[in-house]
Design a protein around this ligand. Structure first.
Ligand SMILES: [Fe+2]
Length: 268
């Protein structure tokens, strides 16, 4: 079966192994495992191998789930969001410092974007996707997702984010507003600390299966929303776009989500 590439179908192949091989994807029907939604004791189950008279069944526990969605309304949303972000930077050029490397020009806005009308459309999209995620993975419906903070990032050429996690929250996410060519990918690291200590040697004539990866890369596709566990270590590569600012800026919006009782008044 032909292997799709990020360039010919970015929506179908966002995942790349450390070796640069494109992962098989659920969309192509060749994923090594599939999430069995709602099934009791659901696991990622790898199709059994039957060789040499041996039938070996593999079940993957403790899987790390990263969700993504390409927002149909994203391109239109971005048209209004982008000037709002630059207006925030004009009003607060220093921004705040978190994992963004200010020495490289990376700007991080204040954390209150979810309370600003210019971002209300995106907040609705994030909330809807988080609701779907919470239902998909079986959280208690008495608790819903609450966006407790949301901020913008502008990475001019060479801007990047150091490796980090998002403490004291449940899920985190990022939405891509503008990503010129070579804008820098987001890198997620294998959270299995013990697994990192024992590296196997994989066949060189086929892609390494995701279970053997030490990191995974996602391209910053405009209008794409990623949701990932807040504890999952990640960083952003330097923006190596050749385009001048502002077209060459990498612009994204990040946010944190907690699990909150639905009968409690929301507070960010
Ligand atoms: Fe982050």
């Amino acid at each position: 079966m032909a292997r799709s590439t990020a360039s010919d179908n970015p929506a179908a192949a966002p995942r790349i192994s450390p070796q640069g091989e494109y992962a098989k994807t659920a969309e192509s029907g060749t994923a090594p495992g599939a999430y069995e939604s709602g099934a009791p004791g659901a696991v990622f189950r790898v199709p059994p191998r039957q060789e040499r008279g041996v039938r070996l069944v593999a079940e993957a526990y403790f899987p790390t789930l990263i969700f993504f969605s390409d927002l149909p309304d994203g391109p239109a949303l971005n048209v209004s969001i982008k000037p709002a972000i630059y207006a925030l930077r004009d009003a607060d050029p220093e921004g705040i410092i978190r994992s963004n490397v200010a020495q490289a020009g990376s700007w991080h806005s204040s954390l209150d974007l979810a309370d600003r009308p210019a971002f209300a459309g995106l907040v609705r999209e994030i909330q809807a996707h988080a609701e779907t995620l919470f239902a998909e993975i079986g959280y208690d419906p008495a608790f819903g997702p609450r966006i407790i903070n949301m901020w913008a990032n502008i990475h001019p050429r060479h801007g990047f984010n150091r490796s980090h996690t998002h403490p004291n929250v449940l899920w985190s996410g990022v939405y891509y507003v503008q990503s010129p060519p070579r804008a820098g990918r987001i890198i997620f690291r294998d959270p299995r600390a013990q697994a990192v200590a024992s590296r196997a040697i994989y066949r060189s004539d086929r892609p390494t299966p995701p279970n053997g990866w030490s990191e995974v890369y996602y391209e910053p596709i405009e209008a794409r929303l990623l949701l990932f566990p807040a504890w999952l270590e990640h960083e952003v590569e330097p923006n190596m776009s050749e385009w001048p600012s502002p077209a060459g800026d990498r612009i994204s919006i990040s946010f944190n989500v907690i699990q909150a009782r639905r009968d409690e008044e929301g507070r960010r």
